[in-house]
Design a protein around this ligand. Structure first.
Ligand code: AMP
Length: 304
C-alpha cells in the first residue's frame, strides 16, 4: 500500500549539550518519509523555498519517495525551526520558528496522492490536516500527529481531527495537556472515546505505549550509549510504524506490535547523529538486525 505524508520539510538549528548544528535538514515530513520508505512507497506533500538545493533534496533520492508533491516557491525561504535540548533530551525548547513558505501552505493533492491507502497527517494546523483528508479518496488507514501549540491554539479543530482518524500518534505531555488528566491511562481512554481505534503515546527515552480499546502494549526505547540529537525521533517513529503497517496485508494486533518495534528501531537510529545523518547511512539489513536485538531485549519467559 502507498503512503501519503503531509507535513514540514525544514531547515533546523539544533542545540544540544553535545554540540550545535546549523541549517541542517529537518521537518516532520522529511523524517517520516525517509523512515517509511524502508517498507512502502511514499507520496510526499510539502513546500520548500528556493533556498532548498538539489543537495538538500538528495536525501529523498534513491528511495521509494515520490516528490511530485514537493512544491518549490520562488523568492521565498524554507520553514525554519530552532530547538534546544538540555541534558534531559526528552524536552525540546523551541527557540525560534520562521514559517516562511509554510505560512501559505494549502496543499492540493493530485490523483496519485489522493489514492494513497495510508495517510499520515504530520504536525500541521488541524484544519489543514482535515482539508487534506477530505481530498483523499478512500484511505484504509489515517493517522495524525500534533503538538502542544495546536492543543492550546486550536483545541476544537484538533478535537474534530481526532474524531476523524483511525490512529493518533502523540507524546505523553500532549495527552495530559489535551485531556487535563494527570493519569496517562485515564487520559488515553478519554481520547479513544473520541473515535480513533489506536492511540500511540511517545515517551522519549522511556519508549512507547500503544492503547487500543481492549489492549495495552508497552516497549522501552532501545538503550543507546550515544544519544546525540532527539530531533525527529517522533516523526521517524511514525514513519517506521506506518511504513511497516502499509507493507502488511492487515493491521491486526500482531502486526501493530511489530510496527511499534520497527518504529522504535528507526527512531533509535535517528537520535544517534544530528539531523538525518544516521538515517541516511543505514540499510534495511541494519533495521532488521536491530529489530532482532530489540526482541532479545524485551523477551522473557512465563514462570511456573
Ligand atoms: P519531532 O522531534 O519528531 O517532534 O520533530 C522535529 C521536527 O519538526 C523538526 O525537524 C522541525 O523542523 C519540525 N517542526 C518543529 N516545529 C514545527 C511546526 N510548528 N510545524 C511543523 N514542523 C515543525
Amino acid at each position: 500500500m502507498s503512503i501519503l505524508v503531509v507535513g514540514s520539510v525544514a531547515f533546523d538549528r539544533i542545540i544540544t549539550p553535545f554540540g550545535t548544528a546549523d541549517r541542517c535538514l529537518g521537518g516532520s515530513a522529511t523524517y517520516f518519509a525517509v523512515a517509511a520508505s524502508f517498507f512502502a512507497p511514499v507520496n510526499l506533500v510539502a513546500v520548500v523555498g528556493d533556498d532548498f538545493t538539489d543537495e538538500d533534496a538528495a536525501i529523498f533520492k534513491g528511495r521509494n519517495i515520490n516528490l511530485d508533491g514537493l512544491q518549490k516557491v520562488k523568492g521565498a525561504r524554507t520553514f525554519f525551526w530552532a530547538g534546544e535540548y538540555g541534558f534531559d533530551l526528552n524536552v525540546a525548547k523551541t527557540r525560534e520558528t520562521q514559517l516562511n513558505v509554510f505560512a501559505d501552505f494549502k496543499p492540493r493533492l493530485n490523483d496519485v496522492q489522493r489514492a494513497s491507502e495510508v495517510v499520515f497527517l504530520a504536525n500541521i494546523d488541524p484544519d489543514l490536516q482535515m482539508d487534506v483528508l477530505h481530498q483523499c479518496k478512500k484511505p484504509r488507514m489515517v493517522a495524525l500527529d500534533t503538538m502542544n501549540y495546536w492543543i492550546s491554539a486550536k483545541k476544537d479543530a484538533l478535537t474534530r481531527a481526532f474524531q476523524n482518524v483511525d490512529l493518533i500518534v502523540i507524546n505523553e505531555a500532549e495527552v495530559r495537556q489535551f485531556t487535563q488528566e494527570a493519569n496517562l491511562v485515564k487520559g488515553c481512554r478519554q481520547i479513544l472515546t473520541l473515535g480513533a481505534k489506536t492511540l500511540v503515546i511517545k515517551r522519549g527515552e522511556y519508549g512507547v505505549l500503544m492503547f487500543t480499546r481492549d489492549a495495552v502494549f508497552a516497549v522501552p526505547a532501545y538503550p543507546l550509549e550515544n544519544v546525540f540529537d532527539p530531533t525527529g525521533a517522533g516523526d521517524t517513529f511514525a514513519g517506521g510504524f506506518l511504513g511497516y503497517l502499509a507493507s502488511c496485508r492487515q493491521a491486526d494486533d500482531r502486526e501493530l506490535r511489530r510496527a511499534i518495534i520497527f518504529g522504535s528501531v528507526l527512531a533509535s537510529f535517528t537520535v544517534e547523529k544530528f539531523s538525518l545523518d544516521r538515517l541516511r547511512e543505514i540499510t534495511l539489513a541494519d533495521v532488521q538486525e536491530r529489530y532482532r536485538a530489540f526482541r532479545a531485549l524485551t523477551h522473557f519467559e512465563d514462570y511456573s
